[in-house]
Design a protein around this ligand. Structure first.
Ligand code: PEP
Length: 250
């Protein structure tokens, strides 16, 4: 994949005033960006982001989507609704949702299916917990997570997803795996996707996520197998998010 993808995950942060400042700051630095850039924002702020990002080339995404198409699902948000705000991406299976909302591998797979059917690009998050890492289960965990998603996809649909490898123990902790560790997991994920669709070698972007920031982004982004980053904390500061985007633009 020649062009890297940098995605900001704002999580449950922001306010109308804070977002306005952040979006202006990002827009002011876009001239030097030569990678694909996206912002995944909380649902209530999608309209604000849509308006601010119009014509900038920065894509918009949501942080979750319902597995259902429409109907009596109080509090849930459908793909149709996200399309109303020009969303291109949706994060699915983030570890915070797997953990705090008890999202199972099967539910994540259903959401991926629903996102694709609705015309959105799911950013499918996989990753092991600290306990699983320490027990030597990283490969087994990410294989189970991605295989459950692959089991519900048509061969051609494999090319329509983005995968984010996010070790849970690296999210928001300041700890990171070595780029070599990430490279090995990415190679495994790609191999599993290639089994379903040989084109996955080229067509699927696999991002790294977990405490990526300007000071460590280069070592990850310079690796051929790492096609970009999913950025949490550092996406909340325009200058940090832009610095990561610049490093991905080389
Ligand atoms: C994330 O939550 O997707 C993430 C990568 O967070 P952080 O960059 O803050 O570790």
């Amino acid at each position: 994949m020649a062009r890297k993808l940098i995605v900001g995950n704002w999580k449950m942060n922001g306010s109308l005033a804070m977002n306005a400042e952040l979006l202006e700051g990002i827009k002011a630095g876009l001239a030097r960006v030569d990678c694909d850039l996206a912002i995944c924002a909380p649902f209530p702020y999608l309209a604000q982001c849509q308006q601010a990002l119009e014509g900038t080339g920065v894509a918009l995404g949501a942080e979750d989507v319902s597995a259902h198409a429409v109907g009596a699902y109080t509090g849930q948000v459908s793909t149709r609704m996200l399309l109303d705000f020009d969303c291109k991406y949706v994060i699915v299976g983030h570890s915070e949702r797997r953990e705090y909302c008890n999202e199972s591998d099967e539910l994540v797979a259903n959401k991926v299916q629903r996102a694709l059917a609705g015309g959105l690009t799911p950013i499918v998050c996989v990753g092991e917990s600290l306990k699983e890492k320490d027990a030597g289960q990283t490969e087994a965990v990410v294989s189970r997570q991605i295989n459950t998603v692959l089991s519900v996809l048509e061969e051609r649909e494999v090319c329509d997803i983005v995968v984010a490898y996010e070790p849970v123990w690296a999210i928001g902790t300041g700890k990171t795996p070595t780029p070599e560790m990430v490279k090995d997991v990415h190679a495994l994920l790609r191999e599993l996707m290639i089994r379903k669709n040989p084109d996955a070698a080229e067509c699927v972007r696999i991002l790294y996520g977990g405490s990526m920031k300007p000071s460590n982004a280069e070592e990850f982004l310079k690796m051929r197998d790492i096609d970009g980053g999913l950025i949490g904390g550092a996406a909340l500061k325009a200058s940090d998010f832009l610095k990561i985007a610049y490093l991905a633009s080389r």
